[in-house]
Design a protein around this ligand. Structure first.
Ligand SMILES: [Zn+2]
Length: 190
């Protein structure tokens, strides 16, 4: 499940001529994983705990954030163009942590392990899509056509970023629709 989608633009700043940054850069740190505790010694007890303590609408979630920083410069024709683009893509995954599993039967542990793997794989799928989206966003911003002045350039960069936001969100929603929020994979564990 995708819990939140946050996109922030840092705006477009003048390029530092001494800066030798790459023209297009995507930073995507490993997703961070947070957990909430659940207890139970039967599958139905665990389900109730997930229902009560888990995120609304699912057992796990991904929160994704995307930020960009762009710099501008004057080109040979006196127009304002994008010099460098940096996009930072972050994902925070939330998953259940079964804290009294040491007391459970082997069978229940195996079923939980199967469910947990499917859940984690689904959330990591959101994280992978997020990185692909970030690469597309970076390319789209770098591809902004030069504008007569830098105010217009900043507006166009922001417009492209907003359009990319809508496209990225649609891809995440399609992933949830195609996998029924990961339930398809989890059903194999029943
Ligand atoms: Zn999902």
């Amino acid at each position: 499940m995708l819990a939140a989608f946050l996109l922030l633009g840092a705006g477009t700043q003048p390029a530092d001529p001494d800066d030798d940054d790459a023209e297009v850069q995507v930073r995507a740190p490993e997703p961070s994983v947070e957990s909430y505790d659940v207890r139970g010694l039967s599958m139905s007890a665990l389900r109730d705990e997930v229902e009560a303590k888990g995120p609304e609408g699912g057992a796990g979630t991904s929160r994704v954030g995307l930020r960009f920083e762009a710099t501008q410069r004057s080109n040979a024709k006196g127009a304002c163009e994008v010099a460098t683009v940096r996009v930072i893509a972050e994902t925070r995954i939330l998953l259940p942590s079964w804290i009294d599993k040491g007391l459970a039967t082997r069978d229940l542990k195996d079923r939980w392990a199967c469910l947990y793997r499917a859940l984690e794989e689904h959330e990591r799928g959101h994280a992978r899509i997020h990185v692909e989206n970030a690469q597309e966003v970076a390319r789209a911003l770098k591809g902004t056509p030069p504008q007569a002045n830098c105010v217009d350039l900043a507006k166009e960069v922001t417009r492209r970023f907003d359009a990319a936001k809508a496209a990225s969100f649609a891809k995440q929603q399609a992933f949830d629709r195609d996998t029924d929020h990961g339930r398809k994979e989890r059903r194999a564990c029943e």
